[in-house]
Write a protein that binds this ligand. Structure first.
Ligand code: COA
Length: 385
């Protein structure tokens, strides 16, 4: 057995997967062989979920059946809404709230017999569809409760993206907002074995059910080194806006004083600009131009240009997916602390896809730690210590 320690499992191969491929040096991301640019601009989020879970793009008929099956699953039981209301009342953080709410959804699953061990792919996908369809509903309900408003029933005539924005704001989004949000969902749907996907897979490898895997994924995504960075970026920009300093001055002061890491910059896998950031940057710029307020795009762009000028981008400390997604969501009127839950809403597709793919050829994931503690301690009873 190898004794070589790979802290953070960096570069360690733990399984085979055909869901997504990242070329970190070329700045390329593909889902099931299809370039992320094509999928973001030409496929709907539902089409991308179908692709991730089934390995092939759906026909028009298959997509229509998949979309309506997803839409039929959007509503949640009153008990779940009551939990959302209680969490809002307790001022719970949104990521913690959806972690709890997704976990609670298993109580209303009509397919309790479909435990992973004997589940068919079809029944497991049904469960996955149910979870993916309901996350926007519980998230929007939680946000409305904390604003003192009643949740809105999901609408089955709207796309996954449009229905979420409708349930959140009470208004049907315009086509630009719907398309932008749909693209953002596609861009966040999968990304190899990142920390949250690996967490979901580890849970799935014990043959636990998908609710446990997705709930674990949400927990892992909530940290600032992973999904939490998109909120941190927007808070940074708001902080700069409220200060007397320019973006470059502000960032450099904090980097020098605290050895601070700029959120949204750097990536474990990409050594160049993240291809998702390239697409979201364009969206952020377009939204700024159409609203006539380019403040947020300009500020982010100034920080990126500074990193470029200082040679940091060349060293791989380049914008990642979170750097521009925050400015996109903010310009769509989404509350800042909902950014990471929205990431979860999309990444659930990847968590489920990877968990089901791994379970099909399952082997319990069980690494080891090199033991550095004592081995010959003599036990001293409590009253003698
Ligand atoms: N700002 C400034 N410097 C950064 C940086 C950032 N965002 N990210 C990395 N660096 C620097 C580190 O300080 C380190 O420099 P050093 O060798 O002089 O100490 C060097 O780059 C390598 O960093 P390392 O910690 O080895 O990279 P990593 O692969 O472990 O970290 C991240 C990857 C994503 C955790 C890291 O880039 C980061 O913390 N980014 C900000 C948070 C973020 O955006 N997370 C979302 C990721 S999608």
């Amino acid at each position: 057995m190898s004794e070589e320690l790979q802290k953070g499992l960096e570069g360690v191969l733990v399984s085979e997967s055909s869901l997504s491929y990242i070329d970190g040096e070329a700045g390329r991301l593909v889902y099931r062989g299809y370039d992320i640019d094509d999928l973001a601009s030409r496929a709907s989020f539902e089409e991308v979920i179908y692709l991730l879970w089934n390995g092939e793009l759906p026909t028009a008929e298959e997509l229509s059946a998949f979309k309506s099956a997803m839409a039929d699953e959007r509503a949640v039981a009153d008990d779940v809404l009551d939990t959302a209301a209680a969490l809002a009342e307790a001022d719970e953080k949104p990521m913690a709230a959806i972690r709890t709410l997704v976990s609670s959804l298993s109580a209303e699953d009509p397919d309790p017999e479909a435990e992973a061990e004997e589940a068919t792919l079809e029944s497991a996908q049904r469960k996955g569809r149910r979870i993916t369809a309901k996350i926007p509903t519980v998230l929007a309900a939680f946000d409305r409760y904390r604003r003192g408003e009643e949740p809105l029933d999901p609408r089955s005539d709207l796309s996954h993206a449009a229905n979420f924005l409708y349930m959140l704001t009470g208004e049907e989004p315009d086509p630009v907002a719907e398309e932008t949000f749909d693209q953002a969902l596609t861009l966040h749907a999968d990304h190899g074995l990142n920390a949250s996907t690996f967490t979901a897979m580890v849970i799935g490898s014990t043959l636990a059910d998908l609710y446990s895997a997705v709930t674990g994924g949400i927990g892992a995504l909530s940290g600032p080194l992973h999904g939490g960075a998109n909120q941190d970026v927007m808070e940074l920009l708001l902080d700069i806006d409220a200060s007397d300093e320019g973006p470059v001055e502000y960032v450099e002061r904090r980097r020098e004083a605290e050895g601070w890491r700029v959120p949204g910059m750097g990536h474990r896998v990409y050594s160049v600009k993240d291809p998702r950031a390239v697409i979201l940057e364009k969206k952020s710029e377009e939204l700024g131009q159409s609203s006539g307020d380019p403040t947020w795009y300009d500020m982010a762009d100034a920080i990126e240009s500074h990193f470029e000028g200082a040679g940091l981008v060349e060293e791989g400390i380049a914008p990642n997916v979170d750097f521009y997604s925050g400015t996109v969501y903010y310009q769509l009127g989404i509350p800042v602390d909902m950014f990471t839950p929205i990431f979860a809403m999309s990444r659930a597709a990847g968590w489920i896809g990877h968990t089901l793919e791994y379970q099909a050829e399952n082997r319990l994931i069980r690494p080891r730690a090199r033991y550095t503690g004592g081995k010959q301690q003599t036990f001293v009873p409590l009253d003698e210590r």
